[in-house]
Design a protein around this ligand. Sequence first.
Ligand SMILES: [Fe+2]
Length: 510
Amino acid sequence: MMFRRTLTILALALVMLLAGAVDAFAVSATNIAVSKVGESSAVLVVKTDMDSDVSVDYGTAPGSYTTTKSSNGQVRHELTLDGLSPSATVYYRVTLISGADPSDSATLAESTFRTAKSPGDPFSFAVTGDNRPDGDVVTQPAVWSAIVSQVIDEDVDLALSVGDIIYAMAGDSLEQNVAKYDGYFATTMGLTASVPLYLALGNHELVAYADNRAGFEQEFTLPVNNGADAAAYPEDYYSFDYGDTHFIALSTEIPGQEGLITGNQKSWLEADLAANDRMWTVVFMHRPLFSGQHPLEPWVNVFNPTGQQNKSDLHDLFIQYGVDIVFEGHEHHYLRHMEDGIPYVISGGGGAPLSIPLMLSSGDVYGASAYHHLKVDETTATMQVSVIDSDGNTLETFTLQSLDLDIGSIATYWKSYIAYVFRILSVDYQLSNGDSVDLSNVQVAQLKASGGVTPETATPLAVAGIAAGQSTIFSVNYSVPAGVSVFKTWTYISCQDPQGNTYELPGPVV
Ligand SMILES: [Fe+2]
């Protein structure tokens, strides 16, 4: 009898020990996100389900770790991994340590990420959008998991989201908001542990409400470089360089400015575009500039003069500074719209209930009501966009081509007294070929001007070929109405390289 009682007590003790052990190792990672990846450093976010300590070992060969970083006593850890090199693969392993008992720990399987590419190195990125649930729930749509798996298999270098990743509500507490992001992380962590995700805020993140804003700011680690708004809206919009590409994330959700890019953000955008020296410029944001499905929104509502002016101003900025492509969401389908040579690409098929692209605009080229994501392959000379549905079918592929070609006006004059009387203004442009290839069949494909000014010179206008490193000058006439003294012009150029590839700047002319 005594023996049996002893055995029972021993068994109980063993159960208690095991229970203790299970508690200690029950610390689990609820999010791991490679963030702010640069050429020499990155931030690794490790979020756990209870207070913990975390250490990260990393190096540049599998299983060989040269540096350790640690962070203690928190749920959400941000560890700066520095001393890295551009275009490198970094191998890392995370060790979770119990906050209650530091002797208990668990080391997770090794993972990898790649540092930012140097200019000249090709890379690929994914674009996703509108994966949010269909209502006030935490759980993400099942198709979003499938899309995440597709992107993981593609082994891209970075991922962009055009927003609406959760379904925030106006009355959500901070805890409720964070639970929704945790739902997103639970489905997406397999990707973000290796691929940095750059988010453009959507209206369903609902950051005008303080608790939702606090959740977003607490749960994401994004670049902060938006000047005058860095204090109030630190991660809402930002830019970063990666390889030959300059990425600009805009917010269509600044409180009080929803559906517009205006105020500080617009000033910042123009300065950021002017300072950009990369070959490619990619803009991504949530609400589409050209769209037909939200008729009351400022950019869509033709009876909203503020919105229409803002839309025109933004499009002109994109043309002026050579933005190559704009990715957007908000509408739950795929739609490619061309406007003055710039592709505006709506990719809102991440999991929210699908809508049907209406093809309302003359610039709409191709649309599909399908769950999908985009895979973009970038080289110095080309940017190829593939639209892949959640079954793996490629719906469309198109390729943009780039060239180091600069144009500037060098003289503006009345050619004669008659020209002065009839207000026919001549402008000399210098076209410089900064590339390493000779260009032939150079043409001014299209001319545009603002302020009621109209081009008088017929297009296409043939221009002499331009050897590598050389420039040429051509003249264009504009009809300028009386009273107009300041106006802008846009000049579209097409040309060919020695292999016969045709380039159209700033983009395909349609
Ligand atoms: Fe939206």
